[in-house]
Design a protein around this ligand. Structure first.
Ligand code: PRP
Length: 177
């Protein structure tokens, strides 16, 4: 597929592979949280498709929370400054929280999000990310549940964007300029 600005999209992870892996991740979460209730926290905007798919595989009582963060703007590298674009609308104190992220790249966003949430005194926090780029990390972050470890390519689709485009793609692709 070719994007309008002459960028090339190479298919990377198919919708079938994503669906299968999400089932496996959910199975592990279901086992780990048996008998507990959780706050399923979606970081906007990129995690929205991952979140929508994985929560439908969870068999534990949960409620939704959304936290909007942004650090990439229209570029392919993090600005280094994470901004909250939408705050939580209910307390999470004394509750078990799982943060669902589409991707951990530099780790700056997840690191910021964890500090931000810990200040609200949850009973526990774990993190689930569909994609993880261990070689790009700039913070000592270790997500608890990882879908796919990937190399340091710029990926789009399945919620992830380049300059707000491609989020609606049902699969994950690599964008080459
Ligand atoms: C993307 C993505 C992650 C973050 C990962 O968000 O959704 O939250 O970057 O990158 P990092 O590990 O280098 O911080 P972005 O800031 O682009 O906002 P978006 O979710 O609205 O696309």
């Amino acid at each position: 597929m070719s994007a309008s600005n002459n960028a090339q999209i190479t298919p990377y992870i198919s919708r079938e592979q994503i669906a299968l892996r999400i089932q496996e991740m959910a199975k592990k979460i279901n086992a780990d949280y048996t008998g507990q209730e959780i706050v399923a926290l979606c970081t906007l905007k990129g995690s929205v498709l991952f979140f929508a798919d994985i929560v439908r595989e969870l068999k534990i009582p949960l409620r939704f929370e959304f936290l909007g963060t942004s650090s990439y703007g229209h570029g392919t590298t993090s600005s280094g400054e994470v901004k909250v674009t939408l705050d939580l609308n209910s307390p999470i104190s004394d509750q078990h929280v799982i943060v669902f992220e589409d991707i951990v790249d530099s780790g700056l966003t997840l690191s910021f999000v964890l500090d931000y949430l810990r200040a609200r005194k949850p009973a526990s926090i774990k993190t689930a990310t569909l994609l993880f780029k261990p070689t790009a990390l700039k913070k000592p972050i270790k997500p608890d549940y990882v879908g796919f470890e990937i190399p340091n390519d710029f990926v789009i689709g399945y919620g992830m964007d380049y300059a707000e485009k491609y989020r609606e793609m049902p699969y994950i692709g690599v964008l080459k300029p």
